[in-house]
Design a protein around this ligand. Sequence first.
Ligand code: C2O
Ligand code: CU
Ligand code: CU
Length: 542
Amino acid sequence: MKSVNLSRRRFIAQTSLGALALASAPSWLQAMEGMNKLPPNKASANFHPNVEIDLTCQPSTAAILPGQATRVLRYTAKLVKGPANSVSEIPGSYLGPILRFETGQKIRINLLNLLDEPSITHWHGLHVPAEMDGSPMYAIDKGQRFVYEFEMRNRASMNIYHPHPHGITGRQVYQGLAGAIIVNDEEERRLELPSGEHEIPLVIQDRQFDDQNQLQYAGHMHDRMMGFYGDQILVNGKPNTTLNLASRAYRFRVLNGSTARIYKLAWDDNSPVTVIGTDGGLLEAPINKPYVMLAPGERIDVWADFSGRKVGSQLVMRSLAFSGALPMMGMMGMGGRRGGHGMGMGMHGGMHNRVQQDDTQMGSDYPIFTIKINRQVSDSPSLPKQLSTIKHYSLSDVSNPKQALPIAISESPMAMLLNGRPYAENDLQAFERVPLNSIQLIEIFHSNSGHGMGGMMAIAHPIHLHGQYFQILSRQQTKPSDAYNSVKDGFIEGGWKDTVLVMPGEEVKIIKPFQDFKGLFMYHCHNLEHEDMGMMREFSVE
Ligand code: C2O
Ligand code: CU
Ligand code: CU
């Protein structure tokens, strides 16, 4: 909190937001209750899968911290048919197993819900028919099954599976329901990138534990508005992650699986982060970044070459200091409320990648994971100069160059909205109807910047669109500031995306195809607390 002076903090604490922080449990908790649920999809006799998986979500426990086991929710998967590497567990983790598919495969997934509440699984990043996309209207109750059948149309990429029931997505993900989907294809295979033990998925999350090692989640309105931030960083479901690696090149598949926390990823020795891919797979060519901003739902594919490093040497991936993602008032109170820790300054002894309590807010500087070089090897693959071919869209490809589809972000203490409306069934607005097989220009912007509370409410939002990946056409900052300067070199623009971080003051133009499938496809903030508050809408492709 170095930058916020005490009198301002006190001022804010005494005003409305301080009071709001005490408001509790409103209707979003029951959001699923009011929804019309459609009958669950059944297997169809004329679909012949290459891969079939039984996927179950259920209550379970996991050993995360020393001592008592933590109650979690967990995906488990059993391969019914298909290549053995289609399902691989992350040993000891509460995370769901990694699902690995091949472009062109026909996939059947039999989801069984054994939770005590509705759920439905969404394939974040995958281009699947609307009925297979895991929309809240398909949520199933305990004991029910939903059969997904789709063909893998994605290029090589890392995607995510996670629940999507309305109003309780954040909590279900927080309690453990998330996993990675890796898609491989020919174009990628030709590059002979590091694979097997040299390709390492890294799912970064933050969690808050009570003194019984149990997960604590957003209890207050304040946590919903600003997003929920845990003080313990977990990588693949474990604290204090150290990877013992050889002195050679690795491929790190990094996924931000946090509900709200944004990371500014960088190596602690100032070597650049070499990025070879983003949400939607490989870039055309590698790029070096001083740091990478990674918001919830986003992925990066990192080439990490430890050749020449000595046995015993260490390298730490950190999240560096930044500001501007939360309003000043959002930062206030985050350390003060929980579990009586107060605004204390203490480092937590031993827990070296615990976010310092006073810096529980985003934007402090803390370690994510450590690399230890434990063996020397002499050969290592070299970084390809050319990675993939991407057809870049321009305004001449879109059907609405003069009239972008809007995604207007509005923030107010009680309502985080897109295009001024909360998520609701049968609430399509005219502009949310998109012609099938069109390519659309979409503009994402803050509709109320500078209004109310002097723009103090402005928050960064990772905006995610279901369906096909999109490209970022432009990113314009209407209010340059030191805060913005602390993040602006961390965006990766040149590849396929499904989630884009929109900072306060930014206007982001994207180009997105709406091909192949009619139906409803969601767009929403991937700050899952915001999503659950209703910061979610749908496009109807028709
Ligand atoms: Cu990652 Cu609509 O979700
Ligand atoms: Cu998604
Ligand atoms: Cu948001």
